[in-house]
Design a protein around this ligand. Structure first.
Ligand SMILES: Cc1ncc(COP(=O)(O)O)c(C=O)c1O
Length: 383
């Protein structure tokens, strides 16, 4: 039986405060709560930060992935290559677009899509690759782009964990047709629920703007500025537009993005120094050339002990998560696509071992000490 104690060490705490309250108050004092100038300002700021031409703010990363696939013309009978070591949304967005997710196993050192294994999964139906920059470590985008160009495939980056990351001088969004971001409650930038996608292709950006709002060629902000004018619906779209309230929460956080990244990096390095010699505990490796975004702090617990460790830590009031159990083994994927244990052995072994520790910019070092002491006590015990 799992005993849940009063939480002493929370998994995550956002740092939203007065700046966000002031910004939201300003939106509430104005006439446009839905998509308007605040969203446009956030989009400009986010695109500039990433060094890309266009950002389109939406209501979730799931929506951003779905819109990207649809806008790029991916649909029924198409195959899209992705990783089973991710949140379910990466694959469900592919299914929502009508296409089939084709999983490729991951690298044992990082948990990221194994670039060397992608080629063997390409068929005449393959249209795109969706790499996920897991935990904040970017996949080898130069290699993925090269392969995609060789086979005439598109690349949609799932950058939900990787706003701040880079690899070999490349940022997210710079080599993919699009890159998709999440502003979910525990993400590095958050407005509770929200997302964005970026693209360097101006024509695609225009299409995406239409598709995120029903395919309508005017929005409420246009009506407010110009007065009512008849509008048209030119394509079938969805309802994925971010509103001004969400954008107002996000904008002040852009000022703290680098500072918060540095705080998480310092905390991550502190944890690493405390955890390196604990038996049955290892960590994903940060590869040369990678500037890690430090989104999630996972440890890998060997010898089948992970679930026992979860119970023990939770009983001590330490809140933890699992990112992720390999998704092809979840009931829906097994039943729909016939996946079985052994199909993607590296993802499965990471999925059985991985445990995400409490991790956020203002987390006190004393909490990291408590977590490290608890892990040492639990894992040094004989089972
Ligand atoms: C890797 C990854 N992809 C996609 C998503 C979906 O993001 P959202 O909740 O914004 O739809 C998440 C959210 O946790 C994620 O971690």
């Amino acid at each position: 039986m799992t005993v849940t104690a009063v939480t002493k060490v929370p998994f995550f705490m956002h740092d939203l405060g007065q700046a966000e309250l002031d910004a939201v108050a300003e939106v509430l004092a104005g006439p446009i709560l839905t998509t308007g100038e605040w969203v446009a300002r956030f989009e400009r700021r986010f695109a500039d930060y990433l060094g890309v031409r266009n950002a389109i703010a939406v209501t979730s990363c799931t929506g951003a992935l779905h819109l990207s696939l649809v806008a790029l013309g991916i649909g029924p009978r198409d195959e899209v290559i992705t990783t089973p070591m991710t949140f379910i949304a990466t694959a469900t967005a592919i299914i929502e677009a009508g296409a089939r997710p084709v999983f490729v196993d991951v690298e044992p050192e990082t948990g990221n899509l194994d670039t060397a294994m992608i080629e063997a999964a390409i068929t005449e139906r393959t249209r795109a690759i969706v790499p996920v920059h897991l935990y904040g470590q970017m996949c080898d985008m130069r290699a993925i782009r090269k392969l995609a160009d060789q086979y005439n495939l598109m690349v949609i980056e799932d950058a939900a964990h990787c706003v701040e990351g880079a690899r070999d001088g490349v940022r997210t969004g710079q080599l993919g047709e699009t890159a998709c971001y999440s502003f979910y409650a525990t993400k590095n930038l958050t407005c509770g629920e929200g997302g964005a996608l970026v693209t360097n292709d101006d024509v695609l950006a225009e299409k995406l703007r239409l598709l995120r709002l029903h395919g309508m060629n005017k929005n409420a902000n246009d009506r407010h500025k110009e007065g009512y004018k008849h509008w048209d619906m030119t394509v079938l779209g969805w309802k994925y537009n971010m509103d001004n309230i969400q954008a107002a929460m996000l904008l002040p956080q852009m000022d703290r993005l680098n500072q918060n990244w540095e705080k998480r990096r310092t905390l991550g390095q502190y944890y690493e120094a405390r955890l390196w010699d604990i038996p049955n505990l290892s960590r994903p490796r940060t590869l040369p050339g990678v500037d890690h975004a430090w989104h999630v702090f996972p440890v890998w617990i060997g010898n089948g002990l992970r679930d026992k460790v979860i119970d023990e830590l939770q009983a001590m009031g330490i809140s933890v998560m699992v990112n992720y159990r390999a998704i092809h083994l979840l009931t829906y994927f097994r039943e729909t696509f016939g996946f079985r244990s052994g199909d993607f052995p590296v993802a499965e072994s990471i999925g059985d071992a991985t445990l995400s520790l409490p991790f956020y910019p203002d987390m006190p070092c004393e909490h990291a000490d408590l977590v490290a002491e608890a892990l040492t006590r639990v894992l040094e015990r004989r089972w």
